[in-house]
Design a protein around this ligand. Structure first.
Ligand code: AMP
Length: 450
């Protein structure tokens, strides 16, 4: 079995990981630490929850502590993260791992005053963790010089591109010295990421602990077919019956998250929303309440939830099934961390069956169905041979059906699906289902924030 000692880590770092209670390295750590210590570039396919932060932080700290540059401290390692939460968590990990080292690090991100960040930069830093927007702001104001960076880490690169940061990344890359060590971590490896990696990694080692391999066995998954209008009641019932103390509920839109928090409140359930429209203060408060147990339910959108690493999450609810299959794996990975068990519920309504098909294709098996609940709705079950992805809306005037995806949507078994839609917006009566269906067509880019 692999041990941290066998990876070649220094005494100080071994002490730190021991203090964190880590007994053995995770697969991403086993694969990344030795090549990084040897000075290689690494391209890692790994998501949050795999231990990837330690996989880069430990070797970065070790290599940096081998030599102490003369004169004032300067930024020797730059870690770029797409979200503030992830950036803050990476920085917090650096605090833990550098406990016994003379290394100064700091996190900077937008949405908060820049002065304390500027003061820390002026005092001198070894490691800077940053989101792209604030980093470029402070570079433009002359507070940051990246000219002596030895390590560049791009974390959650796929999310960076989703959030529209590609140009910012390119700007940052131009400011870095040519000779440096690079790491890129991404949960998925679409062509856009492969191209980006190719543009700045040199002779890199690729490691892969991708979602398919880590759909954590410990997570019990339950799929429930339900009408959209019944989802809220189903959620409330489960939260109450299972006395959920720490659960995350995923919604597709920010608006949906806000609305659900209000509705849960009306049912006597204390919940807080976390998404890109919330101020940094509100997000920090929501997360702190969730961490200390005061707020048992966090309602989150995908982007805002990235990097949230709270121990002891027992329940994940896919209140809206994600339209990107990879997000399902990210979401359920919030639970069953560090050896604990957890349960992930998926609520699938009739408009989401195509998303379910995509998810099951990605993970390679059918999620066990729980049809015993009060709101079971067979109309949401995917049709035989249904294609993955969004179900096309039925057009009133139709040509003769052809043998393609449209013809499937127009097949005899389909009209029911559309009837349920109209029924549901009538019964609901608050216009909310109309709003949420509009939200569904929103692109992820609209969640952009820095
Ligand atoms: P990350 O993927 O970096 O977000 O890490 C997820 C969680 O795993 C964090 O809470 C880490 O503290 C924890 N962790 C990282 N490495 C290990 C390890 N080798 N053993 C146990 N927990 C770990």
């Amino acid at each position: 079995m692999n041990s941290f000692e066998s990876l070649g880590l220094s005494k100080e770092l071994l002490q730190a990981v021991e203090a964190e209670g880590y007994t053995s390295p995770t697969p991403v750590q086993v694969q990344s630490i030795p090549p990084l210590l040897a000075g290689r570039d690494v391209l890692g396919v790994a998501q949050t929850g795999t231990g990837k932060t330690a996989a880069f932080a430990l070797p970065v700290l070790q290599v940096m502590s081998r030599s102490t540059p003369q004169g004032r401290r300067h930024i020797r390692a730059l870690i770029l993260s797409p979200t503030r939460e992830l950036a803050a968590q990476i920085d917090e990990r650096f605090s833990a791992y550098s406990e016994h080292l003379d290394i100064r690090h700091k996190v900077i991100f937008g949405g908060v005053k820049q002065n304390p960040q500027v003061r820390a930069l002026q005092k001198g830093l070894d490691i800077l963790v940053a989101t792209p927007g604030r980093l470029l702001d402070l570079i433009n104001q002359g507070h940051i010089n990246l000219g002596r960076v030895e390590f560049f880490v791009l974390d959650e690169a796929d999310r960076m591109l989703d959030m529209g940061f590609i140009r910012d990344i390119q700007k940052v890359l131009k400011l870095l010295p040519k000779r440096r060590q690079n790491l890129l971590f991404s949960a998925t490896m679409p062509n856009s990421i492969a191209d980006l990696a190719g543009s700045f990694l040199n002779n890199s080692i690729m490691i892969d602990v991708s979602p398919k391999d880590i759909t954590v066995e410990r997570i019990e998954q339950k799929l429930m077919f339900v009408r959209k209008a019944d989802k809220r009641r189903l959620l409330v019932k489960i939260i109450k019956e299972e006395k959920v103390k720490r659960g995350i509920v995923f919604t597709r839109t920010k608006h949906g998250a806000n609305r659900l928090v209000k509705q849960l409140d009306q049912s006597g359930i204390n919940a807080a929303a976390i998404h890109g429209n919330k101020s940094q203060g509100a997000r920090t408060k929501a997360l702190a309440g969730f961490k200390d147990g005061g707020v048992p339910i966090l309602v989150a959108t995908d982007i805002a939830s990235r990097g949230i690493d709270v121990e002891g999450i027992t329940h994940v609810f896919n209140y809206d099934l994600p339209n990107e299959p990879e997000s399902y794996v990210h979401r359920i990975g919030r639970t069953a961390r560090a050896g604990r068990s957890g349960v992930a519920y998926g609520f699938c309504d009739d408009s989401e069956s195509g998303y379910l098909v995509g998810i099951q294709q990605l993970i390679g098996y059918d999620i066990p169905v729980d049809a015993e609940h009060d709101f079971h709705f067979a109309g949401a079950i995917p049709k035989f041979g249904q294609k993955p992805g969004k179900i096309k809306e039925k057009k009133p005037a139709r040509k003769k059906p052809q043998n393609n995806r449209n013809s499937q949507a127009n097949s005899k078994s389909e009209p029911k699906r559309h009837n349920y839609h109209s029924k549901q917006s009538n019964t609901r009566g608050d216009g909310s289902s109309n709003r949420s269906s509009r939200g569904r067509t929103q692109s992820r880019g609209s969640n952009n924030r820095r």
